[in-house]
Write a protein that binds this ligand. Structure first.
Ligand SMILES: [Zn+2]
Length: 631
């Protein structure tokens, strides 16, 4: 059923984080690069909640701490130093990054602030070795045009990226983070919550992405841009959705979130009409292990064999509610399960709305209902784990069920690849920022601002017109090049090689798009390597038909060179002498045809030679040699 987004009062705000392609990280001189090899250094830390300047422990931070986590950090020497390890104070702010943010901010009509103050934002999920993320506002109060609509832009900030999670151990009690990503500069731009439909959210994100790319200083590829969405509907709640990685997914994420909230509002009405009150839901947990002594359910069997227990709780009058679908493959039961996983560290929960299932029999379900004193109108949730985990899990389940009676709880959620979202953590409190005393403020002088203003990138439309004029590209191709963000690379290639702009442009747009469709990781190939490919094409060392194969090979062999690719793919061009031998042979083999056809034999011979040397010789050279020989 189509949703009337205006009627339900949908409001979306976007927060876009994009990694900057600067020479160094934000607070040290390490390169902003990731590594794939085994780490050279690892160290273990346990994080504590930080006392903020206001003397309060942030509630969100405290909750994270309650989980009793240990963090195992991984590093190598090429991509991190003592700053990322929090063994050395941060160096002064990277001015190259400040200039990129100022450039983007001016393109979004924002007002730069006078003086940049680095602040600390409490983060204690372990993704920052310090326990906080450094961030600074660079400009505020701007606008961009998207179609006919003016979208107010709230602010542009510069932030350090966090370490990236690479795994978990000890049933989630130890988390592994790699600190190569920590400290990579991020620009963060936020819109006001004035977006009123899923499609519009995607359009605005696209427009912002284009402006950021126009600075020529942002990274490309999956994982370099992350979109956070603030989504709310009337009567629902404000949801913070983190980490949408694909632009194309934004509309779907918003739509699913709206459906989820509408579904939760229906659940609330249903529960209210059934007369359920929050106080009816009690944290009365019953040991139901006896029910499952002979069970065929593998999960429960495994837990029992380890000496763990089955703990159950009754949710009065919740019968049938937990199986209601809120998003594809996501039910009210999933809401409870996500909370149980987060707070109770359990693998998941069972509930009577999905029974009999998973090897649990009708008889076991009946016995379970009896054990907890539940009737058919009630639901029973049960979990098999250690006593501590099981209690924490069911406590979270009861709290979530109580919230269902009130409606939609405000949460921080994380976006999945299929567009659905999952519970991530409670919404953080407001008092999360305090000044970073290790870094002096930076004055944005009028000289600096003049320099930025004088070097603003050309807006998209102007660039299209210029590419058409200077490089004789047709309008479609020029537009595609600008949209792809490859305009600067195109110009560099055309200047450095004698290859025609149209050939290069078609490669950077159509060919790369096709390669991407075929699963080639195009972002693995650096601009410099693409430039080299075309330099070789221009110099007659590589057939232009072979460029795509070379590119695809390089994407899979990141530490290899163009020469390696040419060698491995057998694409080395034949020398004139080698070609002459082949031409002579083909002519000799076709002597009779030549005598019969005379000059008309050229096409036939050309085809025969090219069949042997395609991708290894320039067709023009082959034709020249063949004509000479025929004469
Ligand atoms: Zn460093």
């Amino acid at each position: 059923m189509a949703i009337d987004y205006a009627k339900i009062g949908l409001k979306v705000g976007l927060e876009i984080h994009q990694q900057l392609n600067t020479k160094a990280k934000l607070f040290c001189s390490c390169p902003p690069a990731l590594f794939k090899e085994e780490p050279q250094i690892t160290f273990l830390r346990r994080l504590r909640p930080t006392q903020s300047e206001l003397g309060q422990v942030d509630p969100a931070a405290f909750f994270e701490f309650q989980k009793g986590m240990r963090i195992l950090y991984e590093a190598n020497r090429a991509t991190s130093c003592l700053v990322e390890m929090d063994e050395e104070p941060p160096h002064p702010l990277n001015m190259e990054a400040v200039e990129v943010v100022l450039t983007a901010a001016l393109m979004m009509n924002m007002q730069p602030i006078d003086e940049v103050h680095v602040m600390r934002k409490t983060v204690i999920d372990g993704s920052n070795t310090t326990g906080f993320q450094r961030t600074c506002i660079i400009a505020s109060d701007g606008w961009i045009k998207v179609g006919e609509k003016t979208i107010p832009m709230q602010a542009a900030s510069l932030e350090e990226d966090a370490a990236r999670k690479t795994g978990e151990e000890d049933a989630g009690k130890t988390i592994r983070y790699r600190i190569d990503r920590l400290g990579i500069p991020l620009i963060e731009v936020a819109t006001a919550p004035v977006i009123y439909s899923p499609a519009e959210a995607q359009e605005v994100a696209l427009a912002i992405g284009m402006i950021l790319r126009d600075t020529g200083k942002v990274m490309r590829g999956l994982g370099t841009i992350r979109q956070d969405l603030n989504v709310s509907i009337s009567n629902g709640a404000l949801m913070e959705i983190k980490g949408v990685q694909e632009l194309d997914l934004i509309a779907k994420v918003v739509e699913y979130e709206v459906r989820r909230q509408l579904g939760l509002l229906q659940v609330k009405e249903e529960l209210n009409s059934r007369g359920v009150k929050a106080e009816d839901l009690q944290q009365e947990f019953v040991d139901a292990s006896a029910v499952f002594q002979q069970t065929k359910c593998k999960v429960i069997r495994k837990a029992m064999d380890k000496g763990q227990m089955v703990l159950a709780v009754k949710l009065p009058k919740f019968g049938g509610i937990l199986k209601r679908e809120l998003m594809p493959g996501f039910r009210v039961g999933t809401e409870l399960s996500d909370r149980a996983k987060f707070w109770g560290r359990v693998g998941g929960i069972f509930h009577t709305d999905e029974m009999p299932n998973y090897g649990i029999t009708v008889e076991e379900v009946e016995a379970l209902r009896k054990t907890v004193g539940a009737g058919n109108e009630d639901a029973v949730v049960f979990v098999a784990d250690t006593s501590e985990n099981a209690h924490d899990a069911l406590k979270a389940v009861v709290e979530r069920a109580q919230e269902a009676i009130a409606g939609v709880p405000a949460e921080t959620r994380t976006a999945k690849e299929d567009g659905t979202t999952r519970y991530m953590r409670p919404r953080p409190g407001a008092a999360r920022m305090y000044p970073e005393t290790d870094i002096p403020p930076v004055l944005l002088t009028s000289e600096l601002m003049e320099k930025i203003r004088a070097n603003l990138p050309e807006p998209g439309e102007k660039k299209v017109a210029r590419l058409m004029k200077e490089y004789s590209l047709n309008e479609k191709l020029a537009k595609q090049v600008v949209d792809s963000g490859y305009a600067a690379l195109l110009e560099n290639i055309v200047k450095a090689s004698s290859v025609s702009a149209t050939t290069v442009a078609a490669f950077l747009t159509e060919t790369l798009k096709a390669l991407k469709r075929d699963g080639v990781q195009v972002e693995n190939v650096a601009d410099e390597q693409v430039l080299e490919i075309f330099r070789a094409v221009g110099a007659g060392e590589l057939a232009k038909e072979a460029a795509a194969d070379v590119f695809a090979w390089l994407s899979k062999h990141e530490d290899k060179s163009l020469n390696d690719a040419v060698e491995n793919l057998g694409l080395r061009l034949l020398s004139k002498e080698e070609l002459e031998v082949i031409v002579d042979r083909v002519v000799a083999e076709n002597k009779r045809s030549i005598e019969e056809l005379g000059n008309k034999a050229f096409g036939l011979l050309m085809g025969a030679v090219m069949k042997e040397v395609r991708g290894k010789a320039d067709p023009d050279l082959v034709a020249r040699l063949l004509r000479q020989r025929l004469r």
